[in-house]
Design a protein around this ligand. Structure first.
Ligand SMILES: Nc1ncnc2c1ncn2[C@@H]1O[C@H](COP(=O)(O)OP(=O)(O)OP(=O)(O)O)[C@@H](O)[C@H]1O
Ligand SMILES: [Mg+2]
Length: 853
């Protein structure tokens, strides 16, 4: 695997997409300060290829903090082809890792993923011919894990070496050989079982041959019995067949007999019927005399009817005329009756009107009375108006007198108030009044006031009375006026009544005239004195009409008689028919009697025949019973014969199988020999490709080579001071030899354990061994060139050591297609032709490629 291009996004310290192109780089130093993101680049490569890193087993922790998804894409060369792998991871509630694999041809990526992620991973391992463990134990010296291989226990070391040397192929081969051997063993077991079974079955052959002989003899016996029964059965069947034929004939004859009986019955019926008819016809023939008499009488009646018809027809015009006159008379009468009806209607109407005359007269008298009363009330109303006027005058004079008295009283009261003051002068002389005079005056004034009050009260009393009277007069005037307002209505009513009464009096005169006419018409109708000329004419026709009625009566009588006698015409026809039918029937009767005789004879013969056949057919049940019994016997014989045949067939098939088994036994024995041979071969093959076979041989040849190469490098790095040696066997305490893979390290002071060497020394040892292993890996992969990644470890070296290590690395660089040395040391910065500088920035790690020389 040679990396070509790497692209990271959100991986560890890297954020936004960062690309690193390795295309023109074969040796480079990946330089940067601690924590800048150097190791992250190698982690990105292993994560892209295997989903694993030397840092953590959890992909989730590799996602750049603050991001949820990361992606690494690596283009790489394996063999001669260019591939691209892309792995993505998104954390979330259900973290998801996706893997994509492409082959890149002519700048285009063609997907070559398998159906599942695990299968795609296997495909990558196959392409690289290497898994993650192999890689970190050989070509990749991860930071702090340089001693990964050296410090492993011997057994694990052997395993790693095995993987580097491609032992998985041999392991698969061994597995396959073991599987095949197991298959051969299973087949062998199966064949042995089958052969045993075959032997067991073959042993039965003799017994089966004897059994076959017995079975055949038994079959022959049952077959003979079956054939004999079959013969007997056939003859019974023939017998039965003949009987069934007879039975069929018998049934036919019985049917025929039935038919004959029916025919005879029918013929007898016909004979009876013919005789009855002949008798009835003869009866008709016997009435010939009576028929003739009646026919003659019919002729006579018909002739009389004809002459009557001529007479009647001559009188018919008189009848028509009489009818015409009667119609006219009736018309006249109905005209008079119509007039009478109209007049009576008018009479009734007028009489109804006149009946109300008295009522109207009474009403008129009442109205006139009412009007006289109104005249009286008008007079009273006038009087009341006068009275009201007088009352008003009196009330006015009373009010005036009261006002004067009250005026005087007010004046007296003022004077009294003046007198009650201390000093009061005389209004006449102007001198002060004496107290005596004052008292006198006061007394006088008070008396006066008393009499004024009495006169005022009196007047008030009178005023009240007058007012009450005025009120009553006013009420009466109002009542009278209301009554008087009806006058115009009464006047109108009076005029209306007077008009009606006048009209009715006229109608009464008219009614009289009407009644006179009614009496006149009733008289005419009663006496029949109308249409007198028609009636006279009608009277003149009466004689002819009574003659006509007489003739018609006679005609009706004869007509009835003719109807009764015409029935004899049918009787005469019947008589004719009876004579003719009687002749024919008498002939037919003779024929029928002959036919009856013949049928009776035929029936007797047939009955004899039937009785004979019945006797013969009576044996059929017996023959049927015999047939059933024989059939049962034959069934039994057939079953036994079939059983015997079944036995023969079964034994024969068993013997046939034995014959087949015999030939199969030979085939199986040959197969068994072959399987056993194969088993041996696979056993040998498994051992040959197993741990102690080819694999041990390969290790034995590879180890001296690794040892030699490691020592050559170590000699360069330690100026020949140190050496390594691989031991593949060791003796146990019990003196046994055991397979192992020990690494013995020695310097000029001698050999001691790996742990006892200094950090600088052990790094050089690890580097030398790992380079040797990486070379081996590169060779094994079929391509002479591969990769070498060394992440740190240089910090353990002093200045001189550093030079030597670098020199050693430079010395082998042509053997690798790609060498990447990772360091933070300033001193190494300029020591490689290309420097990939990594810097850490707040926006994530950054990469820059610097060409040094
Ligand atoms: N999930 C992560 N997100 C962001 N940064 C991370 C994450 N995990 C580790 N780091 C940081 O990434 C940086 C790069 O680590 P890395 O191991 O690549 O450094 P380095 O350059 O190899 O350093 P040194 O010289 O010490 O070996 C470190 O600072 C580390 O703490
Ligand atoms: Mg590092």
């Amino acid at each position: 695997m040679i990396p070509v291009k790497l692209r990271l996004e959100n991986f560890l310290s890297y954020r936004g997409p960062v690309e690193l192109d390795f295309a023109d780089i074969s040796v480079a130093c990946l330089w940067g300060e601690n924590g800048s993101g150097k190791s992250a680049i190698l982690d990105a490569i292993t994560w892209a290829l295997w989903g694993k890193t030397s840092r953590t087993s959890s992909s989730r922790e590799l996602v750049h903090l603050g991001s949820d998804e990361m992606e690494v894409e690596l283009e790489f060369v394996s063999g001669k082809d260019l591939y691209k792998v892309r792995r993505t991871f998104s954390r979330g509630r259900t973290p998801q890792e996706q893997l994509y694999l492409y082959q890149v041809r002519e700048g285009k990526a063609w997907p070559i993923m398998e159906a599942t992620k695990a299968d795609t991973q296997k495909k990558i391992d196959r392409l690289l011919r290497m898994d993650y463990d192999t890689f970190i134990n050989s070509a990749f010296l991860a930071q702090g894990r340089a001693g990964e291989f050296t410090s492993k226990p011997p057994s694990e070391r052997k395993e790693v070496l095995g993987r580097i040397l491609g032992f998985d192929f041999w392991d698969r081969l061994e597995e396959k050989a073991k599987e095949k051997k197991k298959e051969a063993e299973n087949k062998e077991r199966e064949l042995l079982g089958e052969l045993k079974q075959i032997e067991e079955e073959i042993k039965e052959e003799k017994r089966l041959n004897e059994e076959l002989k017995r079975a055949r003899a038994e079959y022959e016996q049952f077959n003979a019995r079956y054939n004999k029964l079959q013969e007997e059965l056939r003859s019974i069947e023939d017998e039965l067949h003949a009987l069934r034929e007879k039975e069929r004939a018998l049934n036919e004859k019985r049917d025929k007999l039935g038919g004959l009986a029916k025919d005879i019955g029918e013929i007898e019926g016909k004979i009876r019927e013919s005789r009855r008819k002949i008798e009835s016809y003869r009866e008709t023939i016997r009435r010939e005399g009576e028929v003739r008499e009646n026919l003659e009488r019919l002729q006579k009646v018909r002739r009389a009817l004809e002459s009557l018809r001529v007479e009647i027809d001559g009188l018919k015009p008189f009848e028509a005329k009489a009818n015409e006159l009667e119609r006219k008379i009736a018309e006249e009468r109905s005209r008079l009756e119509g007039e009478l009806k109209v007049l009576k209607g008018q009479e009734a109407e007028l009489a109804r009107d006149i009946a109300s005359l008295e009522v109207y007269r009474r009403a008129l008298a009442e109205v006139e009375e009412g009007l006289a009363l109104l005249d009286a009330q008008e007079k009273e109303a006038e009087e009341m108006e006068n009275k009201l006027e007088k009352l008003a005058e009196e009330l006015n004079s009373l009010r005036r007198e009261k006002d004067l008295a009250e005026e005087e009283a007010r004046r007296l009261t003022e004077q009294l108030e003046m007198l009650s003051q201390a000093q009061v002068n005389c209004p006449l002389c102007g001198h002060p009044l004496s107290s005596h005079r004052k008292e006198e005056l006061i007394g006088e004034f008070q008396n006066r006031l008393g009499s004024i009050a009495a006169s005022v009260r009196e007047r008030e009393q009178r005023e009240m009375e007058l007012k009450r009277e005025r009120e009553e007069v006013q009420k009466r005037i109002q009542a009278l006026q209301e009554s008087l307002s009806r006058r115009s209505e009464l006047v109108r009513k009076k005029a209306g009544l007077e008009e009606k009464i006048e009209r009715m009096e006229e109608e009464a005169q008219e009614l009289e005239k009407l009644r006179a006419r009614i009496r006149e018409i009733e008289g005419i109708l009663q006496s029949g004195s109308y249409a007198l000329e028609f009636k006279a004419e009608r009277e003149a026709l009466e004689e002819a009409l009574s003659k006509l009625r007489e003739l018609e009566e006679r005609w009706d009588q004869l007509s009835k008689e003719e109807k009764g006698l015409s029935l004899w015409e049918r009787e005469a026809q019947k008589l004719e028919d009876a004579r003719e039918f009687c002749q024919v029937l008498e002939k037919t009767l003779v024929e029928l009697e002959k036919e009856l005789e013949r049928k009776r004879k035929e029936k007797e013969d047939l009955e004899l025949e039937v009785r004979r056949l019945e006797k013969e057919v009576a044996y059929k049940a017996e023959v049927e019973r015999r047939l059933k019994e024989k059939e049962r016997e034959r069934e039994e014989a057939s079953r036994k014969r079939d059983d015997a045949w079944g036995k023969v067939a079964s034994v024969e098939s068993q013997l046939k199988r034995i014959a087949e088994l015999k030939s199969s036994r030979e085939e199986k024995e040959a197969e068994l020999r072959q399987v056993r041979e194969e088993k041996g071969l696979y056993q040998e093959l498994a051992e040959a490709v197993g741990k102690n076979g080819v694999q041990a041989m390969i290790i034995d040849t590879a180890l001296p080579e690794i040892e030699r190469e490691a020592n050559a490098l170590l000699a360069r790095m330690t100026e020949g001071r140190m050496q390594v040696r691989f031991e593949t066997q060791k003796s146990t305490q019990g003196g046994k030899v055991q397979e192992t893979l020990e690494i013995k390290i020695s310097d000029e002071k001698g050999a001691r354990d790996y742990k006892l060497y200094s950090g600088g020394e052990s790094f050089r040892v690890d580097l030398a061994i790992r380079i040797a292993l990486a070379r081996l890996l590169a060779r094994r992969a079929g391509a002479p060139l591969s990769v070498l990644f060394v992440d740190e470890g240089f910090g353990t070296q002093d200045a001189d050591g550093l030079d030597k290590v670098v020199e050693a690395i430079n010395s082998i660089r042509d053997e690798f297609k790609f060498v990447l040395v990772i360091t933070h040391l300033e001193e190494l910065k300029e020591m490689f032709p290309v420097r990939i500088e990594v810097t850490k920035r707040p926006s994530g790690s950054n990469i820059e490629v610097v060409r040094v020389w």
